[in-house]
Design a protein around this ligand. Sequence first.
Ligand SMILES: [Zn+2]
Length: 289
Amino acid sequence: MPELPEVEVVRRGIDRWATERSIAAVDVLYPRSVRRSPGGAGAIRAALVGDAFRCASRRGKYLWLPLSIGGDQALVVHLGMSGQVLMQSVDAADEKHLRVRVRFDDDQREMRFVDQRTFGGLYIDDVIEGVPSTIAHIARDPLDPQFDRDATIRAIRRKDTEIKRVLLDQSVISGIGNIYADESLWRSKVNGRRSSGSLSSSKVGEVIDQATVVMREALAQGGTSFDSLYVNVNGESGYFERSLDAYGREGEPCRRCGAPIRREAFMNRSSFRCPRCQRSPRTRRSPRT
Ligand SMILES: [Zn+2]
């Protein structure tokens, strides 16, 4: 799954290269990739051709391109597990997993949606108060200028369930995926299985701040890829991999205390933590009789 920094790199690339250009044609090469769009390929074509993308917007890991003329509609880009958006020369050979092509009137680079595993896709959605209707329930992410840190701390503590589970709950705080949840918990020395209600407000604030910092760092490192005309998403094994302190480091020494990082199953995924810096929550002893 691409995480917020990767999606933001894609957003910047699309914003820079694919907006304010009149759309000439939309080729849907694989109908499954537009299955979420009401009316399918024909309706996408009708909505986009002759219009232009006004900009590229993002909330958490969700990306959408509001239309210029049809201002109450947007093209939502759902990257899924393996989706990529490429800005390619019009005469470049088709990618093996090319699903949708958007051509522009100026005959300059075209936008291609490539998706090997086809969990992602494109669809037209109505924009309500600046957000597509299917994304309205997604909370703001910590990189959003309008992110409300205090309200998010309260919401996280109110959930009163394992802190890592709450960090991954997109309706409470968006954009933090498995990798950055593990990194922020390691940096804050919090075990992901601790109940969010048992953590102090300042500790929850620290976890949020560390998630923000680590995602900003990832973004800074990935920032070069959108200078080229080629916009890409690498998914989990991205450019930031070498800088991670917890995620993917099973058996390797903790960079703070030297204890071997442990991998555990959590929510059908892997969690990585330092067994010394992020101790397990104490199990309550049964009272003696
Ligand atoms: Zn440690």
